[in-house]
Design a protein. Structure first.
Length: 398
Protein backbone atom coordinates (compact mmCIF):
# COMPACT_ATOMS: atom_id res chain seq x y z
CA UNK A 1 0.00 0.00 0.00
CA UNK A 2 1.10 3.56 -0.51
CA UNK A 3 -0.18 6.93 0.50
CA UNK A 4 0.69 8.24 -2.94
CA UNK A 5 0.94 12.00 -3.23
CA UNK A 6 1.33 13.74 0.10
CA UNK A 7 -1.13 16.59 0.61
CA UNK A 8 -1.20 19.46 3.06
CA UNK A 9 -4.55 18.40 4.48
CA UNK A 10 -6.03 15.28 5.98
CA UNK A 11 -7.86 12.96 3.57
CA UNK A 12 -11.54 13.75 3.00
CA UNK A 13 -12.72 10.66 4.86
CA UNK A 14 -10.85 11.67 8.02
CA UNK A 15 -13.34 13.20 10.53
CA UNK A 16 -12.35 16.70 11.62
CA UNK A 17 -13.16 15.67 15.18
CA UNK A 18 -10.34 13.09 15.01
CA UNK A 19 -7.66 15.30 13.46
CA UNK A 20 -4.21 14.88 15.06
CA UNK A 21 -4.45 18.18 16.92
CA UNK A 22 -7.73 16.99 18.46
CA UNK A 23 -6.31 13.61 19.41
CA UNK A 24 -3.43 15.25 21.30
CA UNK A 25 -5.83 16.24 24.08
CA UNK A 26 -6.83 12.63 24.76
CA UNK A 27 -5.11 11.70 28.00
CA UNK A 28 -4.87 7.97 27.30
CA UNK A 29 -1.61 6.15 26.52
CA UNK A 30 -1.23 4.73 23.04
CA UNK A 31 -2.23 2.50 21.46
CA UNK A 32 -5.87 3.49 21.34
CA UNK A 33 -8.75 3.42 18.91
CA UNK A 34 -10.93 6.51 19.10
CA UNK A 35 -14.37 6.39 17.52
CA UNK A 36 -16.64 9.34 16.81
CA UNK A 37 -20.19 8.12 17.36
CA UNK A 38 -21.57 11.17 15.56
CA UNK A 39 -19.81 9.97 12.40
CA UNK A 40 -21.49 6.58 12.81
CA UNK A 41 -24.88 8.29 13.05
CA UNK A 42 -24.09 10.47 10.03
CA UNK A 43 -23.04 7.47 7.96
CA UNK A 44 -26.27 5.68 8.83
CA UNK A 45 -28.29 8.73 7.83
CA UNK A 46 -26.45 8.98 4.51
CA UNK A 47 -26.95 5.28 3.84
CA UNK A 48 -30.70 5.38 4.44
CA UNK A 49 -31.03 8.55 2.35
CA UNK A 50 -29.27 6.83 -0.56
CA UNK A 51 -31.38 3.67 -0.15
CA UNK A 52 -34.99 4.81 0.22
CA UNK A 53 -37.26 1.98 1.23
CA UNK A 54 -34.34 -0.24 2.26
CA UNK A 55 -34.12 -1.26 5.92
CA UNK A 56 -30.69 -1.49 7.50
CA UNK A 57 -29.56 -4.47 9.56
CA UNK A 58 -26.09 -3.59 10.86
CA UNK A 59 -23.62 -6.48 10.44
CA UNK A 60 -22.32 -6.33 13.98
CA UNK A 61 -19.42 -8.73 13.39
CA UNK A 62 -17.26 -5.90 12.02
CA UNK A 63 -17.48 -3.88 15.25
CA UNK A 64 -19.71 -5.05 18.11
CA UNK A 65 -18.81 -2.27 20.57
CA UNK A 66 -21.86 -1.62 22.78
CA UNK A 67 -21.48 2.11 22.18
CA UNK A 68 -21.81 1.61 18.42
CA UNK A 69 -24.72 -0.81 18.79
CA UNK A 70 -26.60 1.67 20.98
CA UNK A 71 -25.88 4.51 18.56
CA UNK A 72 -27.18 2.59 15.56
CA UNK A 73 -30.22 1.35 17.46
CA UNK A 74 -31.06 4.96 18.33
CA UNK A 75 -30.77 5.77 14.62
CA UNK A 76 -33.38 3.12 13.81
CA UNK A 77 -31.08 0.36 12.57
CA UNK A 78 -31.80 -3.29 13.17
CA UNK A 79 -29.06 -5.93 13.35
CA UNK A 80 -27.65 -8.98 11.59
CA UNK A 81 -25.84 -11.64 13.58
CA UNK A 82 -23.49 -14.52 12.84
CA UNK A 83 -23.67 -16.37 16.18
CA UNK A 84 -25.66 -16.75 19.37
CA UNK A 85 -22.95 -14.80 21.19
CA UNK A 86 -23.80 -11.74 19.12
CA UNK A 87 -27.51 -12.17 19.85
CA UNK A 88 -26.76 -12.35 23.58
CA UNK A 89 -24.89 -9.05 23.30
CA UNK A 90 -27.86 -7.45 21.58
CA UNK A 91 -30.30 -8.79 24.16
CA UNK A 92 -28.14 -7.38 26.96
CA UNK A 93 -28.58 -3.97 25.33
CA UNK A 94 -32.35 -4.40 25.10
CA UNK A 95 -32.67 -5.30 21.41
CA UNK A 96 -35.69 -7.30 20.30
CA UNK A 97 -34.58 -10.67 18.80
CA UNK A 98 -37.63 -10.70 16.54
CA UNK A 99 -36.12 -7.74 14.67
CA UNK A 100 -32.76 -9.50 14.10
CA UNK A 101 -31.60 -11.47 11.04
CA UNK A 102 -29.41 -14.57 11.47
CA UNK A 103 -27.52 -14.50 8.17
CA UNK A 104 -24.69 -16.93 8.79
CA UNK A 105 -25.58 -19.74 6.32
CA UNK A 106 -24.09 -22.49 8.53
CA UNK A 107 -24.94 -22.43 12.23
CA UNK A 108 -24.42 -24.73 15.22
CA UNK A 109 -27.69 -26.50 16.05
CA UNK A 110 -27.60 -25.19 19.64
CA UNK A 111 -27.29 -21.61 18.34
CA UNK A 112 -30.34 -22.08 16.12
CA UNK A 113 -32.37 -23.49 19.01
CA UNK A 114 -31.44 -20.75 21.49
CA UNK A 115 -32.03 -17.98 18.97
CA UNK A 116 -35.45 -19.42 18.11
CA UNK A 117 -36.42 -19.69 21.77
CA UNK A 118 -35.40 -16.05 22.23
CA UNK A 119 -37.81 -14.95 19.49
CA UNK A 120 -35.56 -14.76 16.43
CA UNK A 121 -37.51 -16.26 13.54
CA UNK A 122 -35.56 -15.60 10.30
CA UNK A 123 -32.60 -17.79 9.37
CA UNK A 124 -30.33 -17.90 6.31
CA UNK A 125 -29.22 -21.14 4.64
CA UNK A 126 -27.60 -22.35 1.42
CA UNK A 127 -27.69 -26.16 1.63
CA UNK A 128 -30.07 -29.02 2.48
CA UNK A 129 -28.27 -30.07 5.66
CA UNK A 130 -28.72 -26.59 7.08
CA UNK A 131 -32.42 -26.71 6.27
CA UNK A 132 -32.69 -29.99 8.17
CA UNK A 133 -31.03 -28.41 11.21
CA UNK A 134 -33.37 -25.42 11.12
CA UNK A 135 -36.44 -27.61 10.69
CA UNK A 136 -35.43 -29.62 13.76
CA UNK A 137 -34.26 -26.79 16.00
CA UNK A 138 -36.65 -24.02 14.87
CA UNK A 139 -39.78 -25.68 13.45
CA UNK A 140 -41.90 -23.38 11.33
CA UNK A 141 -39.21 -20.70 11.13
CA UNK A 142 -38.84 -18.38 8.16
CA UNK A 143 -35.83 -19.11 5.97
CA UNK A 144 -34.03 -17.17 3.27
CA UNK A 145 -31.68 -18.75 0.77
CA UNK A 146 -28.26 -17.29 -0.01
CA UNK A 147 -27.33 -17.03 -3.67
CA UNK A 148 -23.78 -17.27 -4.95
CA UNK A 149 -23.12 -14.14 -7.00
CA UNK A 150 -20.15 -12.55 -8.76
CA UNK A 151 -17.88 -11.08 -6.06
CA UNK A 152 -14.74 -10.79 -8.18
CA UNK A 153 -14.52 -7.01 -7.68
CA UNK A 154 -14.43 -7.19 -3.88
CA UNK A 155 -11.36 -7.20 -1.66
CA UNK A 156 -12.67 -10.20 0.25
CA UNK A 157 -14.68 -12.61 -1.98
CA UNK A 158 -17.02 -14.93 -0.09
CA UNK A 159 -18.53 -17.11 -2.83
CA UNK A 160 -16.16 -20.06 -2.36
CA UNK A 161 -17.44 -20.60 1.16
CA UNK A 162 -21.10 -19.59 0.92
CA UNK A 163 -23.99 -19.44 -1.51
CA UNK A 164 -25.73 -21.58 -4.10
CA UNK A 165 -26.87 -21.08 -7.69
CA UNK A 166 -30.40 -20.20 -8.78
CA UNK A 167 -31.33 -23.75 -9.79
CA UNK A 168 -30.32 -25.22 -6.45
CA UNK A 169 -31.83 -22.28 -4.56
CA UNK A 170 -35.17 -22.97 -6.24
CA UNK A 171 -35.06 -26.63 -5.24
CA UNK A 172 -34.01 -25.74 -1.70
CA UNK A 173 -36.93 -23.37 -1.21
CA UNK A 174 -39.32 -26.10 -2.30
CA UNK A 175 -37.61 -28.43 0.17
CA UNK A 176 -38.00 -25.82 2.90
CA UNK A 177 -41.73 -25.78 2.28
CA UNK A 178 -41.92 -29.59 2.47
CA UNK A 179 -40.06 -29.47 5.79
CA UNK A 180 -42.69 -27.19 7.25
CA UNK A 181 -40.52 -24.09 7.10
CA UNK A 182 -41.62 -20.73 5.70
CA UNK A 183 -39.90 -19.88 2.37
CA UNK A 184 -39.35 -16.25 3.26
CA UNK A 185 -36.64 -14.60 1.21
CA UNK A 186 -33.47 -14.51 -0.80
CA UNK A 187 -30.12 -12.96 0.05
CA UNK A 188 -26.66 -12.56 -1.46
CA UNK A 189 -23.31 -10.99 -0.67
CA UNK A 190 -21.19 -9.27 -3.34
CA UNK A 191 -18.06 -9.62 -1.18
CA UNK A 192 -16.60 -7.37 1.49
CA UNK A 193 -15.40 -3.95 0.34
CA UNK A 194 -16.94 -4.25 -3.13
CA UNK A 195 -15.36 -1.88 -5.64
CA UNK A 196 -17.97 -2.16 -8.39
CA UNK A 197 -21.43 -0.68 -7.89
CA UNK A 198 -22.69 -2.74 -10.83
CA UNK A 199 -22.24 -5.92 -8.79
CA UNK A 200 -25.47 -5.08 -6.98
CA UNK A 201 -27.38 -4.80 -10.25
CA UNK A 202 -26.28 -8.25 -11.35
CA UNK A 203 -26.97 -9.82 -7.97
CA UNK A 204 -30.46 -8.31 -7.72
CA UNK A 205 -31.18 -9.60 -11.23
CA UNK A 206 -30.21 -13.12 -10.12
CA UNK A 207 -32.54 -12.79 -7.15
CA UNK A 208 -35.28 -11.69 -9.56
CA UNK A 209 -34.79 -14.84 -11.62
CA UNK A 210 -35.30 -16.96 -8.51
CA UNK A 211 -38.36 -14.93 -7.52
CA UNK A 212 -39.95 -15.51 -10.94
CA UNK A 213 -39.35 -19.25 -10.78
CA UNK A 214 -40.75 -19.54 -7.27
CA UNK A 215 -43.90 -17.68 -8.26
CA UNK A 216 -44.73 -20.55 -10.60
CA UNK A 217 -44.70 -22.81 -7.55
CA UNK A 218 -46.94 -20.56 -5.52
CA UNK A 219 -44.17 -18.98 -3.43
CA UNK A 220 -44.01 -15.19 -3.25
CA UNK A 221 -40.98 -14.07 -1.30
CA UNK A 222 -41.41 -11.55 1.49
CA UNK A 223 -37.78 -10.38 1.73
CA UNK A 224 -34.90 -9.46 -0.54
CA UNK A 225 -31.75 -9.03 1.55
CA UNK A 226 -28.86 -7.39 -0.33
CA UNK A 227 -26.33 -8.43 2.29
CA UNK A 228 -23.22 -6.36 2.83
CA UNK A 229 -20.16 -5.36 0.84
CA UNK A 230 -20.94 -1.64 0.81
CA UNK A 231 -17.47 -0.10 0.75
CA UNK A 232 -15.85 2.39 3.08
CA UNK A 233 -13.28 4.95 1.97
CA UNK A 234 -9.69 4.13 2.78
CA UNK A 235 -6.72 5.57 0.85
CA UNK A 236 -8.08 4.53 -2.55
CA UNK A 237 -11.34 5.50 -4.22
CA UNK A 238 -14.54 3.44 -4.11
CA UNK A 239 -18.07 3.96 -5.45
CA UNK A 240 -20.11 6.34 -3.32
CA UNK A 241 -23.21 5.13 -1.54
CA UNK A 242 -25.21 7.47 -3.74
CA UNK A 243 -23.87 5.72 -6.85
CA UNK A 244 -24.69 2.33 -5.39
CA UNK A 245 -28.12 3.54 -4.27
CA UNK A 246 -28.97 4.71 -7.77
CA UNK A 247 -28.06 1.34 -9.26
CA UNK A 248 -29.97 -0.52 -6.55
CA UNK A 249 -33.10 1.60 -7.08
CA UNK A 250 -33.03 0.92 -10.81
CA UNK A 251 -32.43 -2.80 -10.33
CA UNK A 252 -35.31 -3.13 -7.88
CA UNK A 253 -37.75 -1.77 -10.47
CA UNK A 254 -36.82 -4.67 -12.77
CA UNK A 255 -37.90 -7.34 -10.26
CA UNK A 256 -41.07 -9.30 -10.98
CA UNK A 257 -42.49 -7.77 -7.79
CA UNK A 258 -41.09 -5.88 -4.84
CA UNK A 259 -40.95 -7.91 -1.62
CA UNK A 260 -42.48 -6.41 1.49
CA UNK A 261 -39.03 -6.09 3.06
CA UNK A 262 -35.94 -4.97 1.16
CA UNK A 263 -33.01 -5.25 3.54
CA UNK A 264 -29.29 -4.47 3.56
CA UNK A 265 -26.56 -5.49 5.99
CA UNK A 266 -23.97 -2.69 5.93
CA UNK A 267 -21.04 -3.15 8.27
CA UNK A 268 -17.74 -1.44 7.51
CA UNK A 269 -19.54 1.23 5.45
CA UNK A 270 -21.19 2.54 8.61
CA UNK A 271 -18.29 2.38 11.05
CA UNK A 272 -14.88 2.23 9.32
CA UNK A 273 -14.47 5.96 8.77
CA UNK A 274 -15.51 6.78 12.33
CA UNK A 275 -12.32 5.39 13.89
CA UNK A 276 -8.64 6.29 14.12
CA UNK A 277 -5.92 4.14 15.70
CA UNK A 278 -3.04 5.94 17.40
CA UNK A 279 0.13 3.85 17.63
CA UNK A 280 3.54 4.94 18.83
CA UNK A 281 6.70 4.22 16.84
CA UNK A 282 8.79 1.74 18.85
CA UNK A 283 11.59 1.25 16.34
CA UNK A 284 13.09 2.55 13.12
CA UNK A 285 15.72 0.53 11.31
CA UNK A 286 17.42 0.20 7.94
CA UNK A 287 17.22 -3.31 6.48
CA UNK A 288 19.23 -3.40 3.26
CA UNK A 289 17.65 -0.76 1.04
CA UNK A 290 14.45 -0.53 3.09
CA UNK A 291 13.37 1.81 5.83
CA UNK A 292 11.52 -0.18 8.48
CA UNK A 293 9.11 1.39 10.95
CA UNK A 294 7.96 -0.67 13.93
CA UNK A 295 4.64 0.26 15.56
CA UNK A 296 3.22 -0.95 18.87
CA UNK A 297 0.15 -2.23 16.96
CA UNK A 298 0.28 -4.89 14.26
CA UNK A 299 -1.89 -7.38 12.46
CA UNK A 300 -2.62 -9.39 15.59
CA UNK A 301 -3.60 -6.36 17.65
CA UNK A 302 -6.16 -4.72 15.38
CA UNK A 303 -4.76 -4.58 11.84
CA UNK A 304 -5.56 -8.13 10.73
CA UNK A 305 -6.91 -7.04 7.35
CA UNK A 306 -3.42 -5.82 6.48
CA UNK A 307 -2.24 -9.42 6.84
CA UNK A 308 -5.14 -10.78 4.80
CA UNK A 309 -4.60 -8.69 1.67
CA UNK A 310 -1.64 -8.73 -0.75
CA UNK A 311 0.48 -5.63 -0.25
CA UNK A 312 -1.29 -4.62 2.96
CA UNK A 313 -4.41 -2.66 3.72
CA UNK A 314 -4.55 0.96 2.53
CA UNK A 315 -5.36 2.82 5.72
CA UNK A 316 -4.99 6.58 5.26
CA UNK A 317 -2.05 7.58 7.48
CA UNK A 318 -0.92 10.71 9.28
CA UNK A 319 1.55 11.36 12.07
CA UNK A 320 1.94 13.48 15.17
CA UNK A 321 4.66 15.59 13.49
CA UNK A 322 3.54 19.21 13.25
CA UNK A 323 5.30 19.52 9.89
CA UNK A 324 3.99 16.19 8.58
CA UNK A 325 3.01 17.57 5.17
CA UNK A 326 6.04 19.83 4.72
CA UNK A 327 9.00 17.54 5.37
CA UNK A 328 10.25 15.11 2.70
CA UNK A 329 8.58 11.71 2.69
CA UNK A 330 10.32 8.40 2.11
CA UNK A 331 8.95 4.87 1.62
CA UNK A 332 8.72 2.70 4.71
CA UNK A 333 7.91 -0.90 5.40
CA UNK A 334 5.56 -0.55 8.37
CA UNK A 335 5.38 -3.53 10.69
CA UNK A 336 3.98 -4.55 14.05
CA UNK A 337 5.64 -5.28 17.40
CA UNK A 338 5.40 -9.07 17.46
CA UNK A 339 8.10 -11.60 16.67
CA UNK A 340 6.06 -12.94 13.75
CA UNK A 341 7.73 -12.00 10.47
CA UNK A 342 4.36 -11.87 8.67
CA UNK A 343 3.10 -9.19 11.04
CA UNK A 344 3.66 -6.42 8.49
CA UNK A 345 1.09 -3.74 7.72
CA UNK A 346 2.40 -2.62 4.34
CA UNK A 347 5.36 -1.69 2.17
CA UNK A 348 6.38 1.44 0.28
CA UNK A 349 4.28 3.63 2.56
CA UNK A 350 5.22 7.29 2.17
CA UNK A 351 5.80 8.86 5.59
CA UNK A 352 7.89 11.76 6.90
CA UNK A 353 11.61 11.06 6.72
CA UNK A 354 12.05 12.55 10.19
CA UNK A 355 9.89 9.99 12.01
CA UNK A 356 11.59 8.64 15.11
CA UNK A 357 10.92 6.43 18.11
CA UNK A 358 8.26 8.03 20.29
CA UNK A 359 6.37 9.72 17.46
CA UNK A 360 2.77 8.63 16.86
CA UNK A 361 1.30 7.25 13.64
CA UNK A 362 -2.45 7.69 13.11
CA UNK A 363 -4.30 5.14 11.02
CA UNK A 364 -7.61 6.42 9.71
CA UNK A 365 -10.71 4.48 8.64
CA UNK A 366 -9.93 2.01 11.41
CA UNK A 367 -13.41 1.54 12.84
CA UNK A 368 -14.18 -1.81 11.17
CA UNK A 369 -12.59 -5.24 11.60
CA UNK A 370 -9.91 -3.93 13.94
CA UNK A 371 -10.72 -4.55 17.62
CA UNK A 372 -13.16 -7.26 16.53
CA UNK A 373 -10.10 -9.23 15.34
CA UNK A 374 -7.61 -8.08 17.96
CA UNK A 375 -5.74 -10.27 20.43
CA UNK A 376 -2.90 -9.87 22.92
CA UNK A 377 -0.51 -11.98 20.82
CA UNK A 378 3.07 -11.93 22.14
CA UNK A 379 1.79 -10.03 25.18
CA UNK A 380 1.13 -6.79 23.26
CA UNK A 381 -2.27 -5.40 24.22
CA UNK A 382 -4.83 -4.23 21.64
CA UNK A 383 -5.66 -0.52 21.40
CA UNK A 384 -7.81 0.91 24.17
CA UNK A 385 -11.26 1.82 22.81
CA UNK A 386 -12.26 5.46 23.29
CA UNK A 387 -15.51 7.08 22.17
CA UNK A 388 -16.32 10.70 21.42
CA UNK A 389 -19.40 12.37 20.06
CA UNK A 390 -23.04 12.53 21.15
CA UNK A 391 -22.30 15.80 22.92
CA UNK A 392 -20.03 14.29 25.56
CA UNK A 393 -16.30 14.44 26.36
CA UNK A 394 -13.89 11.68 25.32
CA UNK A 395 -14.46 8.54 27.37
CA UNK A 396 -12.88 5.13 27.53
CA UNK A 397 -14.95 2.19 26.35
CA UNK A 398 -15.17 -1.30 27.72
Amino acid sequence: MSLGTVTSALPDQWPASLAPEMLEVIDVPTPYLVTDLDVVADRHAAFTAAMPGVRTFYAMKCNPAPEILRTLAACGSSFEIASIGELRMLRALGADPSEVLYSNPVKPPAHIAEAYRAGLWRFSFDAPNELAKIAEQAPGAAVYVRLRVDDSTSVFPLSRKFGTDVDDAHALMLLARRLGLRPYGVTFHVGSQCGNAGAYRNAIAAAGTLMTRLLRDGIELEMLDMGGGFPARYASGVPTIEEIGGIVAEALTALPYRPELVAAEPGRHLVAESGVIAATVIGRERRGDENWLFLEVGGYHGLMEALQTPGGWDFPLWTSLRDHAEVPHVPFTVTGPSCDSSDTIGRDIALPSTLAVGDVVYLGSAGAYTLAYASAFNGFQPPTPIFVGTGGPPRAGR
